[in-house]
Design a protein around this ligand. Sequence first.
Ligand SMILES: [Zn+2]
Length: 483
Amino acid sequence: MNYPQRLHEAVIGRITFPLTNYLFNRKNILSDFHALQKSEHLSIELLRELQLARLRETITSADKYVPYYTRVFKEIGLRPGDIKQIEDINRIPPLSREDVINHHKDMVDVRMQSSVPFADNSPKEPGAPLPFAPFRRHRLIKNTSSGSTGAPTVFYEDGSRTAMNWVHELRLKNWFGVRPGAKEARMTRLSVDYMPKSSVVQLRWMLWHQLILPGVNLDDEHYSVCLKNILKFKPEILWGFTSALAGLAEYVNRSGGLPDGYRPKVVVGWAAPVYDHEEKLMKEAFQCSVTNIYGAREVGHIAAKCPRGSFHINQENMIVEAVSLSAEGVEQTGQEILVTTIDPSPMPFIRYRMGDVGEIVDSDCSCGRTLQVLSNLLGRTGEIFQTKEGRMISPNFWCRTFMSGKVSGAIKRFQIIYTRTRDLRILVERDSGYNEDTERYIHETIARNFSPETELELEYVAKIHPEVSGKYQMVVNEARNEA
Ligand SMILES: [Zn+2]
């Protein structure tokens, strides 16, 4: 990169990006980023001390100012002073999505309650930033998470959560040698028809060095336009919905790969796991590192994959637990992830049930970072299946099975349906290479991994239809959907 380009990047990263974000009340982005670069190497003990101090502040403030928690703590007889170690939060009952849906207004700090009606009545779409927020009386923004099932979760934020997301993204990019202000293409949650006004897109390009691209409901024509724009802009980072990036990668591979002279530095998949076959696809198409952010809109980015492949938790800003929770009517479904936000926030989340299954271990990552590691992240509880003998099957199992070299060219698309009787129905869209060997392979794989009582129905279909969002659902859990 030449000198003027480097200077341009530095101006964006050091001045215009943090400054414009400040006007949305997203403060301290650079200073927090620099602090995280140090804390990610602290000793395990010091990291825990830092967490405990922030947790105690969170609990004290929630007890005093958040009506929902005042009530919950009273019911269980917890006083803020009782939190002597991190594990003491075990006493607080986990917070479910339903709790948030039912009590979201009660979960807002009383000092900001008067802003809730303003946020509710805002004509802007949920999550849209509030210009000049630091100078306003009412700074709350209403946001929603697109609940994968049922009603969306409504929550409120004042810019601080988004600021922390930017900070965590800066940290992640830094892990891959990308500086603040580097060019970035973002395939967002918007479809082509709902792209923001061109002025917004222009400003993000000028002030943040971001190329905004659609990320849902894309077809080949859209991918071709996206790719053209990417090749013109030459971003170091490709960021987006995992499904959009995988789709783009597939398109790039089909159309002969990237031209010489352009390679991004890192691809960041967001909002869904990057499964093995997707990672392979992206690496082949973009010839660079691929990483993944794990998180949720309500609580922000929780963990991200370092260059050595560990999912490091953003431990300075949240406490992540993996606990055994048994869902009603189902036996133990493994370790469920709970998240507690420990930064000052108008709406704290304490022990929020993510609905994902995984484990948490201390770091022994060769990258040298001491941040805890989320391992065996199997995905959504609803997508994980427990066989009749209690084995856990993650969606990745199916990816590996159906993307294996043994069935290459034989299967166009597949869908796994876990039935109410916990048996299997597999829909297959056949490709030209499909033959008896393929069918035998499927039967043998199932026989090896499932108990003999599991019934398998293999069904050949002309087409597997996508959901309304345009995404293909690989796993359908009928038992769970009914619950
Ligand atoms: Zn690492």
